[in-house]
Design a protein around this ligand. Structure first.
Ligand code: ZN
Ligand code: ZN
Ligand code: FE
Length: 756
């Protein structure tokens, strides 16, 4: 007989680990203790069956836990007389913070059981589910360190909390209608005053059923909701929110309902049902829902209810045996590009022109965190449910900070070989987002006790993120944007070798002062070389052309047809959509290099083609035109347009032959679906062709794909397939979005490498 001391690392706190250990030890007649430390969970056990204990811990741990490492030490017996759960101990090293977890099956059952004391209680939770990251002020994760601190548990909750055999043992947010948070309703439009005297939940359901729009305080921030089947409500919401055509996220009570509107592949089903409950982009199946939800989009973003409150919106018994709604719009409660709102007073101030009522509650949201958005291949937005789950790097690291890029910003902190990537922060060009950046940084560096010794930033001299970095009084290392994209994929997949990187995105600052974005580079962790790129074209009016693809369309025609441009503008009918004076003005602007910076951005090529096809002339949100183009793609078209690869110092992909053939197809009135598909196929061929040539000259066989353009499911799948057929190892962003949200991870990986 001997004493065994175990130190367990991974996601082992806030996931019911200690009660699990307690019960297991009791079952095996072992004495000793378990305690949370900031280095993980420490267990000491004595008795005959210690090996069996370790075995069972490894083979069937609690469902939400992820054991990464078990250190084992055999010590002398001390003669424990019982098994105890000791209180948390604070030692100051790397420890995991659990992301927020969607409501579990047990809680859902209790929620709908009339005899249960938490029947219809919107804040029901247990050790296996509920808020975590969003309510955690500091570590260790104990109730006084969360926003549940002001709520004193009633005797019955307290008993559950202290009973190791109860599902709510040490469930920090444990609550019931007697002692926990509660809802509050504020009606904003006089037309809905008549519902004021109902319970807040019933009132909100009635308001939504009557076409109203409601701000609902959720887990990580506010949603703005309306009945998605009510076209008038959807149109009113789009109008009041004033954010152009940006798609609205949807929530449905179950998979079967979603299946009525969308196709669901097995992997998508898994994601929808996962404990994270992200928004999953699904192929539209039928036009049953109003088109205004996601105009000209191939996909609808659906999620399942992830809090008890969401379930109650659908299932609170108001009318016998009927769901209250099939689908609700649940869009982020924010103004245009600002961060999601999470405080009652902000919501009341800033959303009052949008909503007819507010459904508030008194459990404070400490860390706001948006809904995550995913496809079966990649993330589009990584936030709730996933953050702050760290990325394990292949090397031990010091403490560093990467501040990312200015669009879709995230930052990354490193410590002891882990990279903690922040939730989606947003676009850094407004004050609120910058504040949010600092708020999350304060929180995460505090939680993980990280004091960065150096900062990684983008090379772009005008990025707010970089300027912020420059003000911190720490050494700053600047990394080229597309190199950081490649490094982010290397970090995710723990690669350290030399690779071919293909980065297609909108814009990134190049080392030669031009705007890059259709890049082929050869890179390792020491450095990179630009080996090829899409042919550059002028962006008339710079930034303005990103919002107005018709400008890039003209530029592309000018590049392709020179003197004959105006004839083609006429033939393609662009003069019918854009006033002639604006066209001639932009044609002059194109000639002026001061006003029209050169860009090799692939996103701009998609924009331009979308406009030439008459699909989209204006982007009311980022990548609207490319998404509309993707929406036209059909299966079964395999042909593509010709293009040239010119070998200068580097490979230049000349797309002018493509444009010549494409506009001829348009003149012949070929179906837009086949033109769009052929265009996509051409981009696949470009990647395959240049990669092949680079591989021939370098001998490299590993290819990395990154950049927002690869957020196109058709494109990424074809490119991966094509490259794999030719014998390449292909890697792309799986844990982070391929858009600029991955940049900060790339920066810290490069930074850590330089300092190791
Ligand atoms: Zn639960
Ligand atoms: Zn209670
Ligand atoms: Fe980028």
């Amino acid at each position: 007989m001997s004493r065994l001391r175990l130190n367990i690392k991974g996601r082992v706190q806030g996931v019911g680990f200690r009660p699990f250990v307690f019960n297991l030890a009791k079952r095996l007649n072992l004495n000793g203790y378990v305690k949370n430390t900031s280095k993980g969970v420490v267990i000491e056990i004595e008795g005959g069956r210690t090996e069996e204990f370790v075995e069972l811990l490894q083979t069937s741990p609690p469902p939400l836990s992820r054991i990464e490492e078990i250190q084992k030490e055999v010590l002398e017996d001390v003669g424990f007389s019982e098994f105890k759960i000791l209180s948390s101990e604070d030692e100051g090293s790397f420890t995991h913070v659990s992301p927020d977890v969607s409501i579990c099956e047990d809680c859902r059952r209790e929620l709908m059981t009339p005899s249960d004391r938490r029947y219809l209680y919107p804040f029901i939770n247990c050790t296996n589910c509920g808020p975590r990251y969003s309510i955690t002020l500091r570590l260790p994760y104990d109730r006084p360190n969360t926003t549940m601190a002001p709520f004193r548990m009633c005797p019955r909750c307290n008993e559950e909390y202290h009973n190791p055999e109860d599902r709510r043992f040490h469930a920090q947010p444990n609550a019931c209608p007697m002692c926990g948070p509660s809802l509050r309703l504020i009606v904003n439009s006089p037309g809905f005053d008549k519902f004021k005297n109902l319970s807040p939940l019933e009132a909100v359901i009635r308001i939504l059923k009557n076409g109203g729009i409601v701000a609902i305080k959720g887990l990580g921030g506010f949603h703005i909701a309306c009945n998605a089947e009510d076209r008038r409500a959807v149109v009113a919401l789009r109008h009041r929110k004033g954010r152009g055509n940006k798609p609205f996220a949807l929530m449905a009570p179950d998979i079967e309902t979603i299946e009525r509107y969308c196709y669901i592949e097995p992997e998508e089903r898994r994601l929808l049902l996962s404990e994270q409950k992200p928004i999953v982009l699904l192929r539209k199946r039928s036009p049953l829902l109003p088109d205004e939800i996601a105009p000209q989009n191939r996909y609808l973003g659906f999620m399942l209810p992830y809090t008890p409150l969401h379930y109650l919106l659908f299932c609170h018994p108001i009318e016998e045996d009927r769901r209250n709604f099939s689908v609700l719009v649940m869009t982020s409660g924010n103004l245009s590009e600002e961060p999601i709102i999470h405080k009652d007073e902000d919501a009341l101030k800033r959303l009052s022109h949008i909503v007819d009522a507010f459904l508030l509650h008194n459990r404070e949201i400490f860390m706001r965190v948006d809904d995550s958005v995913v496809t079966s291949e990649f993330f589009i937005r990584r936030a709730r449910g996933y953050v702050p789950e760290p990325v394990k790097l292949p090397t031990d690291t010091g403490e560093f900070l990467g501040v990312g890029a200015d669009l879709k910003n995230t930052f990354t902190l490193t410590k002891e070989g882990y990279a903690i990537v922040s939730q989606h922060i947003g676009d850094m060009d407004n004050y609120e987002t910058l504040q949010f950046f600092e708020e999350v940084l304060d929180n995460l560096s505090g939680l993980y006790r990280i004091t960065p010794e150096a900062i990684g930033a983008d090379l772009h001299p005008d990025y707010y993120s970089r300027r912020w970095a420059d003000r911190q009084g720490l050494p700053v290392f600047y990394f080229q944007h597309h190199y950081a994209h490649v490094a982010s994929v290397m970090a995710e997949h723990n690669l350290t070798e030399k690779v071919i990187g293909v980065v297609f995105d909108g814009t990134g600052y190049g080392t030669d002062g031009t705007i890059w974005g259709g890049e082929f580079i050869v890179a390792d962790l020491e450095g990179f070389q630009r080996k090829g790129h899409l042919r550059c074209m002028p962006l008339p009016g710079g930034e303005a052309s990103i919002r107005e693809p018709w400008r890039t369309g003209l530029s592309l025609l000018r590049e392709t047809f020179g003197e004959n441009t105006e004839a083609w503008i006429e033939k393609l009918g662009i003069t019918k959509r854009v006033p002639v004076e604006r066209i001639s003005k932009i044609l002059k602007v194109i000639e002026n290099p001061q006003l029209s910076p050169l860009s090799s951005g692939c996103g701009r090529l998609f924009d331009a083609v979308a406009s030439l096809m008459g699909v989209k002339d204006i982007n009311t949100f980022e990548a609207e035109a490319p998404m509309a183009l993707e929406a036209l793609v059909v299966e079964g078209v395999t042909s593509f347009y010709p293009f040239d690869i010119i070998e200068e110092e580097v490979f230049i992909v000349d797309y002018r032959p493509l444009i010549t053939s494409l506009v001829e197809d348009l003149i012949k009135e070929e179906p837009l679906s086949s033109v769009a598909t052929k265009f996509h196929n051409s981009v696949v061929e470009m990647v395959a062709e240049v990669t092949e040539r680079l591989s021939e000259s370098t001998g490299l066989k590993t290819v990395i794909l990154s950049g927002g353009v690869f957020q196109n499911l058709y494109l990424i799948r074809r490119v991966v397939q094509r490259l794999k057929q030719r014998g390449y190892r292909v890697f792309y962003n799986r844990m982070l979005p391929p858009n600029d949200a991955c940049i900060s991870l790339g920066q810290v990986y490069l930074l850590a490498w330089r300092h190791s």
